[in-house]
Design a protein around this ligand. Structure first.
Ligand SMILES: *Cc1c(COP(=O)(O)O)cnc(C)c1O
Length: 403
């Protein structure tokens, strides 16, 4: 592979060339699946040498990976400008928890965006609390309130952009600048855009986390997470992951690499279809709000246009004055959309959601909305024909109001 000027290549090119520089990839396009717990050394001197350097690319023992995992980590690092390295985890949640454990200690305070992924909130309220870390939820759209929630024990800020389910886009550079001025570490869950659409470290965050389960895997058949960081935090992430015993299987790493190679075409196509469907939904009487930052006029669009270079197929909408039974009739009537968790696969999914019971700082229904406009549905648009998906939604809206 040509190495010269690698950083000048566009991200779509880096998706193809990334992680293919190791000796192990010399004669094949894809690194083979190395299933290895034990690496054999030629002699005792090599064994002793092996312990000394804890780096990807150096054989030690399965807990430090093998060429398949190293290739994936290297490809992800090349995609994230400013990253010194990437650590892989057995799921996206494992990546979030382990990254938080890497930066926090007992007595610290963690700030969590109020629209963060539910399991992230649960981690703050559960295991982190048990280990002596306090948390405060904050509204990431209110910079003044954010600046005033810090205390001298505030150690880290957990951001997510756009927010899970409700899709608010926050001003990451401004939030990260405030966090840095207060001496706190900022982490961003960048699963929605991936580094293809939003470069977390370049926008001021210290650690960028991605659930590879979603867009990178892309085929709804694996679970994995990753965290990328500059030198200082990469070292700490790596050490913490090894102390927690996190490893990913070479088979899954190989699948994730396969998904990564086609991610830019998939995301482009899903973005185009999502926009077409969001525009169609906007015109429907049954829909009160379309929450799709990629859509001009939708909440968060201006910040999205400023900070992001790409989108994806995931967005939400809120029904106009319908109840949960009507919403379920709609979702149940869909034929092309599966009903299920996760997203980012090649197939479309629909998920009813209710956030009012969990939000501490961000009211739902939002200010200015009708009280009855609370029934949200999240769509993950896959690679089906957008016209077919619209026809499916149209018949499901009819079924909703026949019930
Ligand atoms: C799914 C998801 C995760 C967690 O990924 P898993 O691999 O399912 O553990 C983290 N963050 C966001 C925003 C997600 O949607």
């Amino acid at each position: 592979m040509a190495k010269g000027g690698k950083d000048s290549h566009a991200p779509a090119t880096r998706l193809v060339t990334g992680g293919r520089s190791g000796d192990f990839a010399d004669h094949v396009v894809n690194p083979p699946v190395w299933r290895a717990s034990t690496h054999l050394y030629p002699d005792c001197a090599a064994l002793r040498e092996g312990v000394k350097s804890n780096e990807d690319g150096r054989f030690f023992y399965g807990r430090r990976g093998a060429p398949t995992q190293w290739a994936l980590a290297e490809a992800l690092t090349e995609l994230e400008p400013g990253a010194a390295g990437t650590v892989l985890y057995p799921s996206g949640v494992a990546a979030i928890v382990a990254a938080l454990m890497a930066v926090l200690k007992s007595g610290d305070v963690l700030l969590v965006a109020d629209n963060a992924y539910d399991p992230t909130r649960n981690t703050a309220m559960g295991i982190l609390k048990r280990f002596g870390v306090e948390h405060r939820f904050f509204d990431p759209l209110d910079l003044d309130a954010f600046a005033s929630v810090f205390c001298d024990r505030t150690r880290a800020v957990m951001l997510e952009n756009p927010g899970s389910l409700t899709m608010e886009v926050c001003d990451i550079p401004a939030l990260a600048r405030i966090a840095q001025a207060k001496g706190a570490v900022s982490l961003v869950d960048n699963t929605w855009a991936t580094a293809l659409g939003f470069t977390g470290l370049q926008h001021g965050c210290d650690i960028a986390i991605t659930a590879l389960t979603k867009h990178v895997g892309g085929h709804s058949d694996l679970m994995m997470g990753a965290a990328s960081a500059g030198e200082r935090w990469y070292r700490r992430l790596r050490q913490t992951a090894q102390q927690l015993g996190h490893v990913v299987s070479p088979d899954d790493a190989s699948l994730a690499l396969r998904g990564l190679r086609t991610m830019s075409v998939r995301l482009k196509r899903e973005t185009a279809s999502a926009l077409e469907i969001a525009r169609w939904l906007e015109q429907r009487d049954e829909v009160a709000h379309v929450l799709c930052p990629m859509l001009p006029g939708s909440p968060g669009h201006d910040l999205w246009a400023r900070d992001f270079t790409g989108g994806c197929g995931l967005f939400s909408f809120v029904l106009e004055g319908r109840d949960d039974a009507a919403r379920c009739r709609l979702v149940d009537a869909l034929e092309l959309f599966g009903i299920g968790y996760s997203w980012g696969g090649f197939e479309s999914l629909a998920l009813p959601f209710d956030v009012q019971p969990v939000r501490a700082r961000m009211p739902w229904p939002k200010e200015g909305w009708g009280v009855e406009d609370r029934c949200g549905i999240r769509l993950s648009i896959g690679l089906e024909d957008a016209g077919d998906l619209i026809v499916d939604l149209e018949q499901a809206f009819a079924a909703m109001d026949q019930g």
